[in-house]
Design a protein around this ligand. Structure first.
Ligand SMILES: C[S@@+](CC[C@H](N)C(=O)[O-])C[C@H]1O[C@@H](n2cnc3c(N)ncnc32)[C@H](O)[C@@H]1O
Length: 214
């Protein structure tokens, strides 16, 4: 499933998803702005971001940040370059997967992710990689959508729409238990806040945000 071809993006859906992320940028900022500003404050000069998409998080980075963007979907790349220029971010795109980052061990202070662990086929491996590249004491900062509570109507809905959602959004899983995966990971400290993301995108309304320390 996780072949290089799949990760590079589908010629039709890849372009549509890149465009969708771009047109939803302002709306997402309206919903996430305060939370993300708070989470992404005091970031170091160099930041690694997994699954940067079309660059939703660049507006929260200080000008002059060196952003290493791990983005395998090539249909996102031109928007990422444009967004970086507009936000005065110095971007370096690595077209690999977060499960196999070509970055030295113990070399970065911060890794960020928003709405990406849902799409990564092996999120356990990705978390191991994040932990590997972080320096001791380094932080992984995240905002992710997750599966709803067991037995809830929302979880039933997430399961119902799973297949078409996964197909259209190129691998986006509606109901992963990312909070639990994070708690089981090797980070020395994990801080998670559960929240509801009130939007018409009902399957992704159950979310978590927080940080994990190596
Ligand atoms: C829903 S988008 C989120 C984009 C952006 N972070 C945002 O908040 O708008 C998920 C992103 O993860 C990327 N992605 C998919 N598989 C990946 C992998 N194995 N490693 C890293 N990124 C991946 C996709 O190409 C896509 O850009």
């Amino acid at each position: 499933m996780c072949t290089k071809k799949v990760m590079e993006g589908n010629p039709v859906r890849g372009r549509i998803n890149s465009w969708l992320l771009a047109i939803l940028d302002g709306y997402m900022h309206l919903l996430y702005g305060k939370r993300k500003r708070n989470l992404f404050r005091k970031l170091p000069k160099t930041v690694v971001e997994i699954g940067s998409g079309s660059g939703a998080n660049m507006r929260y980075l200080p000008k002059g940040t060196h952003l290493i963007a791990i983005e395998p979907n090539k249909y996102m790349h031109s928007r990422l370059h444009k967004k970086a220029k507009r936000n005065q971010v110095n971007i370096q795109i690595l077209p690999n997967s977060a499960e196999a980052m070509q970055i030295d061990s113990n070399s970065v202070d911060a890794v960020v992710s928003s709405l990406t662990l849902c799409t990564i086929p092996d999120e356990n491996k990705a978390l191991q990689e994040i932990e590997r590249i972080l320096k001791p004491g380094g932080r992984f900062i995240f905002v992710e959508h997750v599966g709803a509570r067991k037995g809830s109507l929302l979880l039933k809905l997430q399961k119902l729409v799973f297949r078409p959602w996964f197909w259209f959004f190129e691998g986006c899983h509606t109901h992963k238990n990312i909070g639990e995966t994070l708690r089981q990971s090797n980070f020395s400290e994990v801080n998670i806040e559960n929240f509801m993301f009130y939007s018409p995108f009902v399957p992704i309304t159950t979310q978590i945000s927080g940080y994990a320390i190596k």
